[in-house]
Design a protein around this ligand. Structure first.
Ligand code: 3PG
Length: 209
């Protein structure tokens, strides 16, 4: 799978911060049942790689990836754990080399034209736009679409159910990501029906005007 194909799998990518690896599989099943198969598990917890491993082996309908890939070593370890894609908040030459070498598709983070152009020089055309809200939101992305129409973005950071349609209406936005699908109290309480309902509502955003 190429990164561009990954972007087209779902309109919304849940960004998940998981402390309890026992929650990983039921959480992933709830998201898939709600219609969101692409799941980004952030490397912000000590057990993130274990959660990725469990989802990869026990939820075949999920496409699980690693987020918050910051260090080159994160890329290698995530792919070894079964991550099918990598997402980073920004990018450096060393991280780009490591993500390329991982063999799985990746979405490097950018928040400016210069950062996007630096990646474009390496043939990267699928990127995360982060932090989307603070960096200028849909207006910024719309402006980038003029001079850089080949680049397709997944904005994350400040995206919500309510403002997602403004992003998804842009031709250079393929999907959006965010943590609103997995509220920490719902994950803690194992309230999978609530998470499935949030996912279903978000999945219905595809094609929203
Ligand atoms: C990310 O890692 O993509 C963002 O931190 C998610 O941001 P959100 O919590 O505003 O959705």
């Amino acid at each position: 799978m190429k990164a561009d194909e990954l972007l087209d799998l779902a309109p919304v990518v849940p960004v998940v911060v998981l402390d309890d690896p026992d929650a990983a599989v039921p959480l992933a099943r709830a998201l898939v049942a709600g219609g969101l198969p692409v799941i980004e598990v952030t490397l912000r917890t000590a057990t993130a790689l274990e959660s990725i491993e469990r989802i990869a082996s026990e939820v075949p309908d999920a496409v699980v990836g690693a987020g918050t890939v910051v260090h080159p070593e994160d890329a290698r370890r995530s792919a070894a754990a079964g991550a099918r894609f990598l997402v980073s908040p920004g990018c450096t030459p060393g991280l780009l080399d490591a993500m390329t070498a991982s063999g799985v598709p990746f979405l490097p983070g950018v928040s400016s034209a210069s950062e996007a152009m630096a990646l474009l020089e390496h043939g990267v055309t699928a990127m995360k736009f982060f932090p989307a809200g603070p960096a200028g939101g849909p207006d910024h992305l719309k402006a980038l679409g003029g001079p850089l129409p080949r680049i397709r973005f997944c904005p994350t950071g400040g995206v919500t159910q309510d403002n997602a349609p403004r992003y998804l209406a842009l031709p250079n936005v393929a999907c959006v990501g965010g943590t609103w699908l997995t509220p920490s109290d719902a994950v803690r309480d194992g309230d999978w029906p609530r998470i499935e309902a949030l996912a279903a509502k978000a999945a219905a955003l595809r094609g929203a005007p």
